[in-house]
Write a protein that binds this ligand. Structure first.
Ligand SMILES: Cc1cc2nc3c(=O)[nH]c(=O)nc-3n(C[C@H](O)[C@H](O)[C@H](O)COP(=O)(O)OP(=O)(O)OC[C@H]3O[C@@H](n4cnc5c(N)ncnc54)[C@H](O)[C@@H]3O)c2cc1C
Ligand code: SF4
Length: 507
């Protein structure tokens, strides 16, 4: 059961959530929860949560609620018009749908995972068919264009509550573009005795497709309206709204699908004509907002490309540096003149220090500038940089053990290492580095559960003792600024972040 749904600050208004679950989310600038009636919408809510690119949808649930994905093989793909593609997919086992429902196809591109909804146009024993408009610069459209026959496509569904009502009322199916898809399915499943009218809008005659499927539907008439073409024997010039006066008000139902603007104007028109609103059923193909340029996408929307790959790159870099460091420790006593970095040891310590500075500062900074999604996404690099920082500290004190294991005993028994405050703080830094390094993986996270988060608080003593160790090694005015100064900045940032979140909660 879903207990609560909340949109946290930081929404970028991408409309994924409204797209997937319009009953619960409405995006006007940013997303808002417009209904708390979660029953029957659980899958869509979880999908919205999973599809939110900035992870600001918080869903509180009870019990084991997870999304169950299916896979369908692409059997055929062809253009029906200049901008509509038909996909024929193999039905997975136990796949059923009600006419009017849709599936949510899952895609991944450089911005991350996302989904797009497509209504099922029709099916047979082994396949189901989708019709997809390929809009200019559409994100989903780009993926559809690339799909190759034979590829397995991951999807959710069938989903949605836009069904054909089970009664004998006359049916008016009004659509534009690919909004025709659910009506083909509905028309085919609708009782033969029920009178059906298909009112289809487009710009030109070439925009109309599936005449052969429409012709197979019994007891149906078809009315085409083309807005940018003169009338001919097949279609009238105009828009679907021109048909409204022909709709019988008695014992009828109107189904609308396609462009949300069209749906709005038809509903307004019908209401003006005195048509009973409870006999109108609609599904708008709400689209996400315009895709923006790469720079805006990265620095405003926070869609940093290759986050996973960069993170792995940093981890690999950490291990290469650590091996090099261990090699140097084992084979050379003179650390000076390492490339152009000067002292090799202090070079490694600097990398470790600046990595932990990033890890510590990015959290309060992104909390202060909570609307900046770029900063929010930078938080993804805390884990690999934490690994980089700790592994270098570990190699610094324990790298020599590989070459001479007796040094382990020496480490613990040399009194000078433990008998004064500075030495103890340096050891604290080393021990916390080991604990943080060992638990910086998913396995430990799962194993430790809630305690994992608590253990991560060790990064605070690690940072502070690292600063003290840094000052004690260097002991210059510059070092005071670099180490204590940054700890001071970190404390100030946390205070500001705390005050800001306190003020926000009060509001
Ligand atoms: C319940 C439901 C069922 C649906 N069923 C279908 C269906 O059967 N068939 C179907 O085709 N669609 C259907 N849709 C709509 C579909 O899910 C997508 O929203 C739609 O196809 C657009 O997705 P996209 O990723 O290609 O475009 P998006 O990237 O989401 O862009 C949205 C629109 O803006 C345009 N655009 C984006 N960026 C730019 C830019 N920089 N410059 C100019 N134009 C731009 C695109 O061309 C597109 O038209 C359905 C939607 C819902 C909610
Ligand atoms: S970022 Fe997109 S998906 Fe997330 S809440 Fe905002 S509109 Fe919805």
């Amino acid at each position: 059961m879903i207990k609560s749904v909340e949109v946290l600050p930081g929404c970028i208004g991408c409309r994924n959530c409204e797209n997937v679950c319009p009953k619960i989310f409405k995006v006007e600038g940013t997303s808002k929860v417009i209904s708390h009636d979660y029953v029957g919408n659980e899958t869509e809510i979880l999908m919205a949560e999973a599809m939110c690119p900035v992870k600001v949808i918080k869903v509180e649930k009870e019990g084991n609620f997870t999304l169950t994905f299916k896979e369908a093989k692409l059997l055929d793909k062809k253009y029906l018009t200049s901008d509509i593609i038909e996909l024929v997919l193999e039905k997975p086992k136990n796949f059923t749908f009600k006419p009017g429902q849709y599936v949510s196809l899952m895609f991944e591109d450089w911005k991350g995972k996302f989904s797009r909804q497509y209504s099922i146009a029709f099916d047979d024993e082994k396949t189901f068919t989708l019709t997809i408009r390929i809009g200019e610069k559409g994100r989903g459209a780009a993926q559809i264009k690339k799909l190759k026959i034979g590829k397995n496509i991951k999807f959710l569904g069938a989903l949605g509550h836009f069904y054909l009502q089970n009664n004998k009322k006359e049916k008016y199916f009004i659509s534009t573009g690919t909004g025709l898809a659910p009506f083909i399915a509905m028309g085919r499943h609708c009782d033969e005795s029920v009178k059906k009218h298909f009112i289809i809008g487009g710009r030109k005659r070439e925009d109309f497709y599936y005449a052969e499927h429409l012709a197979e539907i019994k007891n149906a008439d078809i009315h085409y309206f083309a807005s940018q073409q003169e009338a001919d024997e097949k279609c009238k010039k105009g828009r679907v709204t021109d048909f409204l006066t022909n709709i019988s008000k008695e014992n009828s139902e109107v189904y609308l699908c396609g462009n949300p603007e069209m749906i709005k104007s038809v509903i307004e028109g019908l209401k003006k004509l005195g048509y009973d609103e409870k006999n109108i059923f609609s599904e708008g193909f709400t689209a996400s907002g315009k895709n923006v340029g790469v720079l805006k996408e990265i620095f405003v929307n926070g869609n940093i490309p290759f986050v996973k790959e960069i993170s792995w790159g940093i981890i690999i870099f950490a291990f290469i540096l650590a091996s090099l460091f261990a090699y140097k420790i084992g084979n050379e006593t003179n650390y000076d003149d390492f490339l152009f970095f000067g002292n090799f040891n202090s070079f490694m310590f600097s990398i470790s220090w600046w990595s932990v500075v990033f890890v510590m500062l990015i959290r309060p900074i992104s909390d202060i500038f909570s609307k900046n999604n770029f900063l929010r996404k930078l938080k993804n690099f805390r884990k690999p940089l934490g690994i980089l920082s700790s592994i270098l500290i570990i190699v610094n004190f324990a790298g020599s053990w590989i070459f001479d294991p007796s040094l382990i005993v020496d480490y613990f028994t040399t009194i000078g290492r433990w008998n004064n405050l500075t030495a103890l703080l340096a050891r604290t830094s080393e021990i916390t580095a080991v604990l943080l390094f060992l638990t910086s993986n998913l396995f430990s996270q799962k194993l430790l559960g809630k305690n994992w988060k608590r253990l991560q608080y060790l990064s605070y003593p690690y940072f502070i003792t690292g600063a003290i160790a840094g000052v004690s090694y260097t002991d210059t005015t510059g070092a005071y600024f670099q180490y204590y100064g940054l700890v001071g900045v970190w404390v100030i940032l946390w205070i500001i972040a705390f005050i800001k979140s306190h003020l926000n909660t009060k509001k």
